[in-house]
Ligand binder design. Structure first.
Ligand code: CUA
Length: 301
């Protein structure tokens, strides 16, 4: 908000300055006494009618206005750097080729991982720690914050705050390889109670019906568990996104596909066709395994 006020304030000051100067210039041209110019004759100085006083007034006024603008700008910039109130939620976001790993940090050590969808409480300052998992990426949610690079071996801190509930689109804005343009994410701003409920759910293990787990969990752990993890199971890989509550997410494959059963099946069958070069291989699966794993994933709530 302070940025919006500053933008409008400085714009209004600039317009006022232009209007005043144009007005004064126009008046000076209009009121200029006509003087016949005689060739070869020296120009006589105009008698001083107190014009110098206007000059000092102009210099004084301009300096004052400029000073106010500078102080205002510097103050807003400083406020943006470090928000006054303490952040309630701290999230570590790691850019990877080509998705976003999101880790919620908690003072009691009960954090959790998710991916490509960052939930935040409305009206609260959320501190972000940005990291690069492989190469340099850049975190950008145009409606919430300016761009900030996510660099390997370095933590860049920034913060976001949503004044209204809603979904805000984010995008990687540093070229990071072939699928850079398919590295999207969403920030979902929710009222406090809703956010808390979401948080609690993320901390729990997914409740998969026993029949579905019996068919799919073992295949999932064997075929996918080396890279993906699901809370409460032996799947504990960290190369790919944590899938514990996959069905709670709106998109698949870092924002490029809607999270629908048909898309999920497509993604498992042909991840390289949809996002060439990404780390997920098309794992060779039997009919039974494929059906079991798909059903299992669709039960991860
Ligand atoms: Cu990540 Cu561009």
């Amino acid at each position: 908000m302070p940025v919006v006020w500053l933008t409008w304030g400085v714009l209004l000051i600039s317009v006022a300055v232009i209007v005043i100067i144009a007005g004064l210039l126009g008046a000076a041209i209009w009121r200029r006494p006509g003087m016949p110019v005689v060739a070869g004759e020296k120009m006589a100085l105009l008698p001083d009618e107190g014009g110098l006083r206007w000059l000092w007034l102009g210099v004084g006024l301009s300096t004052a206005v400029l000073l106010i603008s500078v102080i205002w700008t510097v103050k807003v910039l400083a406020d943006i750097q470090s928000p006054a109130s303490r952040p309630g939620v701290i999230i570590e976001v790691t850019g990877r080729q080509w998705w976003w790993q999101v880790r919620y940090l908690s003072a009691d050590g009960r954090g959790f991982y998710t991916a490509n969808e960052i939930h935040i409480p409305v009206g609260e300052i959320v501190r972000l720690k940005l990291l690069g998992g492989d190469v340099i990426h850049s975190f950008w949610v145009p409606q919430l914050a300016g761009k900030m690079d996510a660099i390997p071996g370095q933590i860049n801190e920034t913060w976001i705050e949503a004044s209204r509930p809603g979904t805000y689109q984010g995008q990687c804005t540093e070229y990071c390889g072939a699928e850079h343009s398919k590295m999207l994410f969403q920030v979902v701003a929710q009222p406090r109670a809703e956010f808390r409920a979401w948080w609690k759910r993320q901390l729990s293990s997914p409740s998969v019906p026993a029949s579905v787990a019996a068919n799919g969990e073992k295949s999932f752990v064997e075929n996918c568990g080396g890279c993906h993890s699901v809370r409460g199971t032996e799947a504990a890989g960290s190369l790919g996104p944590d899938l514990s509550h996959l069905m709670q997410r709106r998109t698949l494959a870092s924002g490029i596909l809607p999270n629908e059963p048909s898309m999920l099946a497509k993604w498992i069958a042909d991840p390289q066709g949809l996002k060439p070069g990404n780390l997920m291989p098309a794992v060779k699966l039997s009919q039974t395994e494929r059906a079991g794993i798909t059903a299992y994933l669709l039960a991860l709530n």
